[in-house]
Design a binder for this molecule. Structure first.
Ligand code: FES
Ligand SMILES: [Fe+2]
Length: 453
C-alpha cells in the first residue's frame, strides 16, 4: 500500500484484540474489474449457480420464529425457501411440493405444524416429513415408496439471525462469516424485534447496491444533509476474512468537510435528544456531542436494564456498518439493527430488491428510537408486539424509505445506466472504497473465471 494514504483510526487506544481496533490492512491490489457483471444475463446465471445457491444467506431473524410451529418464507432469485421452527430447532426447505412441484406455502409467515399442498392436498409436517398422500391407494407403490418429503437445506441461527444455504455440502457457517467471534453477538440482536420490513425494487444490479452502501465517500454529494451530524471523512474501514468488512461512521459530530465545527446544529440537537440529553441545557460545543451521547446512553441503558456490557463507548454513538458476504450490510446500533439485504432479481440483472428489516430492542422510553436515517415512518409500532408484514414496492412506487435511502434509490439507476456506456472502462476505487475492492476479491474467489472481470 502507498504508505502516504492515511487510514483513519477512530480510537487509537483500542486494544489490538478488541473489536473496535483497526484491523491490519489487507492488500487487494489495484486491479480494475470489468463491468459486464453488472448487466450481462449469462453472468447473472453464473452468479446464481456459483454464488447464491452455494453461500450462506441471511433468511431472517430468530425473533420472527419465537414459537414452535412458526414459519416464514424467504424469496431469493428463482427460489422460495420455507424456514420453520420445529422441535429440532430451525429448519429450512425448498418451498415446493414433492408431488408435482407446486409451491407449497404462499403466506409470508404464520404458525402451522402441517402444510397442505394447494394442488392435490398432499401434506407435510414442518420437519419436512411427508404426512399424507391423498388417495394413496391410487399410486403404484414403487412411485411413492421413498415417502418423498420436502427437500431440506442447511439452516443455522447465529447472533439472532437465521442463515440458510442451498449447497449440497455447505462449509461451516462460522468459517464463512469471517467476522470475529462476539462481533454480532455484542448487539443482542436476538432480543430485538422487527418493527418494519420493506422490500423495494431498485433499477440497478445488486452489486451497485452493495457498493453504494459500503462507502461514505458519496455522502457529501448524495446526502449533503448528513454533513452536520456524520464524520464522513473520519470513517474507519476494516476488512475481515471472507469478504466481510465494516466501516465505523462516527455520528454526533459534524463532517470535517464543514467549516463550522462548533455550533450544535439542529441535527446534533436531535441526536442529543434521541440519546436522552436536553439540547437546551447542553453547554458544550459540537465537538462534545458524540461523547455526551455515549455517556447518556450508557446511563439510560442502566436505568432501563439493557445490557450494553459488551459495547464500547464508540458503539453507543457510532454506526458500525457491517458487511457480510455476499449481500448483507447491518447498521449496528445499541438500540437497533438495520439489516439490509441486496437480493438479485429473478430474471433482470439490472434490477435488485433492497430488502430492509429494522430491528429494535423494545424499551420503555419515549426517546428510545432507532437513528433517523433508518427512515422509520411516523406512527410505526415500536413496541415489537406485532411483527409487521413485509411492505412490497415496485420500481415505480415510492417505498417511503426516508430521505437518505430515497436519495440512494434515485441515484443508483443513474449509475447503472452510466456503467453500460462504451465510454466507461470499469470502476476506479480509492481507499475510502477499499470495502468494494475487498467484496470483489471475494466474489472473484466464488465465480472464478466467470467473475466478469
Ligand atoms: S403438487 Fe402438491 S399435491 Fe400435487
Ligand atoms: Fe447513500
Amino acid at each position: 500500500m502507498n504508505s502516504e494514504i492515511k487510514q483513519v483510526v477512530i480510537n487509537p487506544d483500542a486494544p489490538p484484540e478488541s473489536l473496535e481496533a483497526k484491523q491490519p490492512y489487507i492488500d487487494n491490489g489495484v486491479k480494475r474489474y470489468g463491468k459486464k457483471a453488472y448487466y450481462c444475463r449469462e453472468h447473472m446465471q453464473q452468479e446464481w449457480q456459483k454464488l447464491w445457491t452455494q453461500t450462506w444467506l441471511i433468511a431472517g431473524a430468530t425473533s420472527d420464529l419465537p414459537n414452535q410451529g412458526d414459519y416464514f418464507v424467504f424469496e431469493v432469485g428463482d427460489e422460495s425457501i420455507l424456514v420453520t421452527h420445529t422441535a429440532q430447532g430451525y429448519q429450512a426447505f425448498f418451498n415446493v411440493c414433492s408431488h408435482r412441484g407446486c409451491q407449497l406455502v404462499h403466506e409470508e409467515r404464520g404458525n402451522r405444524n402441517v402444510f397442505v399442498c394447494p394442488f392435490h392436498s398432499w401434506s407435510f409436517e414442518n420437519t419436512g416429513k411427508l404426512r399424507r398422500i391423498f388417495d394413496e391407494e391410487t399410486f403404484r407403490p414403487e412411485v411413492i415408496e421413498h415417502r418423498p418429503g420436502l427437500t431440506e437445506i442447511a439452516c443455522q441461527a447465529h447472533a439472532g439471525l437465521i442463515f440458510i444455504n442451498m449447497a449440497d455440502d455447505p462449509e461451516p457457517l462460522i468459517d464463512a462469516l469471517g467476522l470475529p467471534e462476539g462481533y454480532l453477538e455484542a448487539y443482542n440482536i436476538d432480543n430485538m424485534r422487527v418493527v418494519r420490513h420493506v422490500r423495494s425494487e431498485w433499477g440497478a444490479n445488486w452489486k451497485v447496491g452493495v457498493e453504494a452502501f459500503y462507502e461514505s465517500y458519496h455522502l457529501h454529494t448524495v446526502h449533503p444533509e448528513t454533513r452536520g451530524v456524520m464524520g464522513d471523512l473520519n470513517v474507519q474501514y476494516d476488512l475481515y476474512p471472507r469478504g466481510a468488512s465494516r466501516m465505523i461512521v462516527p455520528l454526533g459530530q459534524p463532517s470535517p468537510r464543514l467549516q463550522d465545527q462548533d455550533t450544535v446544529n439542529e441535527g446534533l440537537q436531535q441526536m442529543l435528544l434521541d440519546a436522552g440529553v436536553d439540547p437546551k441545557s447542553f453547554t458544550g460545543s459540537a465537538a462534545d456531542v458524540r461523547r455526551a451521547i455515549q455517556v447518556s446512553k450508557r446511563e439510560r441503558a442502566e436505568r432501563l436494564g439493557l445490557d450494553y456490557s459488551k459495547l464500547v463507548d464508540g458503539q453507543l454513538s457510532d454506526s458500525w456498518a457491517t458487511g457480510i458476504f455476499p449481500n448483507v450490510q447491518i447498521g449496528c446500533h445499541p438500540e437497533a439493527a438495520f439489516v439490509m439485504r441486496f437480493l438479485p432479481h429473478e430474471t433482470d440483472p439490472e434490477r435488485f430488491y433492497y430488502d430492509t428489516m429494522t430491528l429494535l430492542v423494545p424499551a420503555d422510553d419515549p426517546n428510545y428510537t432507532p437513528p433517523g436515517w433508518m427512515g422509520l415512518p411516523e406512527g410505526t409500532d415500536v413496541t415489537g408486539a406485532n411483527r409487521p408484514a413485509c411492505e412490497y414496492y415496485s420500481l415505480e412506487e415510492d417505498a417511503k424509505l426516508g430521505l437518505v435511502l430515497s436519495q440512494d434509490a434515485d441515484l443508483l439507476p443513474v449509475v447503472q445506466k452510466g456503467m453500460r456506456s462504451k465510454g466507461f472502462a470499469g470502476q476506479l476505487w480509492g481507499e475510502q472504497e477499499q470495502r468494494l475492492r475487498h467484496f470483489h476479491a471475494e466474489l472473484e474467489r466464488w465465480l472464478g473465471a466467470d467473475s466478469g472481470t
